[in-house]
Ligand binder design. Structure first.
Ligand code: NAD
Length: 259
């Protein structure tokens, strides 16, 4: 049923977003990829998604810049004719005690992890309403439900993203548009790998201690979530079977937030 639909996945040149874009393309969805850098910088990620045969395009829009977000959506409308599925996934992390937290890092995390979703959603909703169908999926985090020390900006942005999700869901509920967020625990991606050195510093730990005593400590299953598992949940939320799931915050965290 998704064959021929059109999607934008922000932050899809790497990690979770790339996995979601790949799964959508495999199902026959035309996909606008997005991420930092040029198309040439991201040629391998683009080639992998293109291999499924649908239309694939790339927007280098910086999620900190509202005009570039608008241009990305205009490009998708021009190239594909509509945006039926929007996955707000781009995100960054920074780990620091609050008293040392650099204000520019706070601003960047709030802009990319939260405000970008607002700018993208407000631009795609009118078209979805006209076509009486839409799927909006926001990649939140277990940190939309619980906190961890030294992640003040990230936890704030993800809690707010869950609130935005609920609000939008209510506003578009009678238009056959659903809006949900997915809240993964730790997924082994470059975002997680990159925060290990800062966490080592902040907590005075070795790499192995950070993996076992900080990251996997939070997850009762003692396993990382996989990109493919998050993509599969996204695909279900896009399906007709999920038409009555809206405003939900779906955990995929190995039991982390059950504790
Ligand atoms: P990643 O670092 O592998 O990928 C991040 C993507 O976002 C890349 O494509 C990057 O180019 C893009 N990006 C970063 N800044 C951008 C900007 N300013 N403009 C446009 N694109 C930008 O990260 P990931 O682990 O795949 O994370 C994806 C999402 O999943 C994020 O929202 C993250 O908070 C969330 N998440 C990740 C985990 C995890 O354990 N990896 C857990 C819960 C939630």
């Amino acid at each position: 049923m998704l064959n021929g639909k059109n999607a934008i996945v922000t932050g899809s040149t790497s990690g979770i977003g790339h996995g979601i874009a790949d799964a959508l393309a495999k199902a026959g969805v035309n996909v606008m990829l997005n991420g930092l850098g040029t198309a040439d910088d991201n040629k391998d990620a683009i080639a992998q998604v293109s291999a499924h045969g649908g239309k694939v395009n790339f927007s280098p829009a910086n999620m900190m810049k509202p005009d570039e977000i608008a241009a990305m959506i205009d490009l998708a409308n021009t190239e594909f004719g509509s945006v039926d599925i929007l996955v707000n996934n781009a995100g960054i992390q920074f780990v620091s005690p609050i008293e040392d937290f650099p204000p520019d890092k706070w601003d960047a995390i709030i802009a990319i992890n939260l405000t970008a979703a607002f700018h993208a959603i407000r631009k795609v909703v009118p078209g979805m309403k006209t076509r009486n169908w839409g799927r909006i999926i926001n990649t939140a985090s277990a940190h939309s439900l619980v906190a961890s020390p030294f992640k003040s900006a990230y936890v704030s942005a993800k809690h707010a993203l869950a609130g935005l999700t609920k609000t939008v869901a209510l506003e578009v509920a009678t238009n056959k548009i659903t809006c949900n967020c997915i809240s993964p625990g730790y997924v082994w991606t470059p975002l997680v790998e990159k925060q290990i050195p800062d966490t080592m510093k902040a907590r005075n730990m070795t790499k192995e201690q950070v993996i076992n005593e900080v990251l996997l400590k939070a997850q009762p299953t003692k396993e990382f979530v996989t990109v493919e598992q998050v993509a599969a949940l996204t695909m279900f939320l896009c399906s007709d079977d999920a038409a009555q799931i809206t405003g939900a915050n779906l955990s995929i965290d190995g039991g982390w937030t059950a504790e």
